[in-house]
Design a protein around this ligand. Structure first.
Ligand code: PBE
Length: 266
């Protein structure tokens, strides 16, 4: 394939996700950094992006998407990240747990579990694959918990049991966060808390922890993806540190697309 063909074949369109996602800001920056003024970044949702990917993949048609790991799409399709020599998408990142101020006093057991929650890409992918195969997220979380009691013992170690105190978790409908929030929510529930999970947009997710209308989230991609949100709210929240290390963002194409670098989109 002549690299310059990819633009014409995709109508110079990169399939993006929710407009507020950090990866969308990075992708917009990439268009500038790599001189891709003739390309546009399509806004939509994570689910719509995956639907477009499936459709293109089945027809072996070229497509360029905003992609991230962990994600089940890498086990379902043969995909590759385009090289990013300018490092516009940052490097490897972490996902941090963020709690509201005062949670430690109000619900010390829940706070401790949230603080001790930490797992690996392979763990998260197990849950994501179950959900992608059709299992209800709550059920997938329960199954994963049943299969990994050693991990649960670490997260709950020394945490006092709740007496039905309400804990409100907020999350965005990314597959990663659907998986993690359901797992943590279920563990908190099993330890005596009355958990509600609210699906929101990224900005409100940070804002609600900062203003105390929600208790915690396990979905802050740092230091790069959510940097703007983090800087806006960091003085008004408690950062409990990474719950998962080694995420990645970038532009992704199917293996059959014959380019290797973002530079080849030019
Ligand atoms: N993501 C998945 C999010 C964080 C989780 C990479 C799509 C974002 O870009 O904000």
């Amino acid at each position: 394939e002549n690299p310059s063909d990819i633009g014409a074949q995709t109508e110079y369109k990169i399939i993006g996700i929710e407009p507020g996602a950090g990866i969308m800001t990075q992708a917009r920056n990439a268009l500038k950094d790599y001189g891709l003024e003739n390309w546009q970044l399509a806004e939509g949702s994570s689910a719509a992006m995956v639907a477009e990917l499936k459709k293109a993949y089945d027809q072996k048609e070229p497509i360029v998407i905003t992609g991230w790991s962990p994600h089940w799409m890498f086990s379902s399709f043969d995909l590759k990240y385009l090289e990013d020599p300018n490092k516009t998408f940052g490097g490897a990142e972490n996902i941090n747990t963020i709690a509201r101020k005062g949670l430690e006093q109000d619900a010390p057991g829940a706070y401790k579990i949230l603080d001790q929650f930490s797992w690996e890409t392979a763990d998260m992918e197990e849950v994501m694959v179950l959900i992608e195969e059709g299992m209800d997220p709550a059920e997938a979380a329960e199954k994963w918990i049943d299969d990994h009691q050693d991990k649960i013992a670490e997260w709950t170690n020394g945490a006092q049991t709740g007496n039905g105190e309400p804990i409100k978790l907020v999350y965005v409908a990314w597959d990663t966060e659907i998986a993690s929030t359901n797992v943590v929510g279920k563990v908190l529930e099993q330890n005596g808390y009355n958990v509600t999970m609210s699906q929101v947009e990224v900005g409100p997710m940070f804002a609600s922890i900062a203003n105390g209308s929600a208790d915690a989230m396990v979905a802050a991609w740092l230091p790069s993806t959510h940097l703007e949100y983090y800087n806006t709210y960091k003085d008004h929240v408690v950062d409990l540190g990474p719950n998962l290390q080694g995420t990645k963002n970038g532009l992704v194409v199917p293996e059959y697309v014959d380019i290797d670098s973002i530079e080849d989109l030019k």
